[in-house]
Design a protein around this ligand. Structure first.
Ligand SMILES: Nc1ncnc2c1ncn2[C@@H]1O[C@H](COP(=O)(O)OP(=O)(O)OP(=O)(O)O)[C@@H](O)[C@H]1O
Length: 315
């Protein structure tokens, strides 16, 4: 069924090592993956399994020691002409885990969002640049006047929105989102996930989503790869992975996550209760966040005795 899908990025026999001689450490080994245009592909595994290392290699930050990273038929971990490098650098953007650390504290939001535009000369005039940046800040739910403030004047969630604006203003094709919500307050995680989903629909974006939390990736991913100690154990469509995990390690990772109803699971839709806003993001809630990071189906919530909780939330 994947035959008619267009591959945007593929990793072939990828190996990434750190150090050399006796201290050589193989962080990523023999990784083979294909990411299709327009999908959300998640890389899930425990801390230290090599997820970030792969993401950074795709961005060209970590050198690879073996194998290829192929973006639209071009080996991007090899030498490219200046123009080719520039093109790839614009088209693959990253959203970082920690919005506290990833914004330059001494720059205005205007500059932070514009930096890539300046670096790549992606605007016709100053007016054009400001128009792009203003449109972007509004699309992530902030205000034009916020452009003239500094990062410390914003909350974690707002800072992550700025990080998203900075990535999206480049009009990328692929976004590597490295744990983009795990550093955020639980109450605003859903908003940020929904924002990412909205942009994906509108801009035909492809996401490589890096996470350790299966319950989050379940609701946003089309496919999931499970990684352990630098090796991919299993790749499957999301519900297939949840319903029929092949690898014992995947089963262990899944054991903490409720098994979905296969009928409801087919109607996959990201619907998360947002405690900060005291309402659901859509009219027909299917999923409920019972406790931080723990999502279950609304009907299961009822069965499991969360009546008071549901009543309180107006369900
Ligand atoms: N620059 C580096 N030098 C040496 N070792 C490194 C370097 N970067 C990462 N590593 C090692 O590579 C392994 C994979 O790290 P990586 O950050 O990719 O894991 P991760 O799955 O993203 O974990 P986390 O969820 O904690 O971010 C770890 O053992 C880490 O210590």
């Amino acid at each position: 069924m994947n035959q008619d899908k267009e591959v945007l990025l593929s990793l072939k026999d990828l190996q990434i090592t750190f150090g050399d001689g006796k201290s050589k450490f193989v962080a990523v080994d023999d990784v083979n993956l294909e990411i299709f245009k327009g999908e959300t592909f998640s890389l899930v595994g425990e801390s230290g399994s090599g997820k970030t290392t792969i993401g950074r290699a795709i961005l060209g930050i970590n050198p690879t020691s073996n194998g290829d990273i192929i973006f639209e038929n071009k080996k991007i971990n090899k030498k490219l002409s200046a123009n080719e490098r520039k093109d790839v650098t614009r088209r693959i953007q990253m959203i970082f885990q920690d919005p506290q650390a990833s914004l330059n504290e001494r720059a205005t939001i205007n500059y932070i969002i514009s930096e890539g535009l300046y670096n790549f000369h992606l605007f016709d005039s100053e007016e054009d640049r400001l128009e792009k940046v203003t449109k972007m800040i509004e699309e992530v739910g902030l205000l034009p006047e916020h452009l003239y403030r500094y990062p410390h004047e914003f909350s974690g969630g707002q800072r992550q929105r700025i990080g998203i604006a900075r990535a999206l203003v480049m009009e990328p094709d692929l976004i590597v989102a490295d744990e983009p919500i795990s550093a955020l307050d639980v109450s605003i995680r859903a908003q940020v996930l929904n924002l990412l989903k909205k942009f994906q629909r509108e801009e035909d974006l492809t996401y490589l989503f890096i996470a350790h939390d299966l319950s989050v990736v379940r609701f946003i991913s089309d496919r999931i790869a499970v990684i352990r100690a630098g090796r991919i154990l299993e790749v499957a469509e999301t519900e297939e992975l949840f319903l029929n995990p092949l690898h014992p390690y995947t089963r262990a990772l899944l054991s903490a996550v409720p098994v979905p109803d296969p009928v409801l699971a087919k109607k996959k839709e990201l619907i998360v209760y947002d405690p900060a806003m005291h309402h659901y993001e859509t009219d027909k809630p299917k999923f409920v966040e019972i406790k931080p990071g723990h999502f279950i189906y609304a009907n299961e919530a009822e069965q499991e005795g969360y009546h008071d909780y549901l009543a309180k939330k107006g369900m």
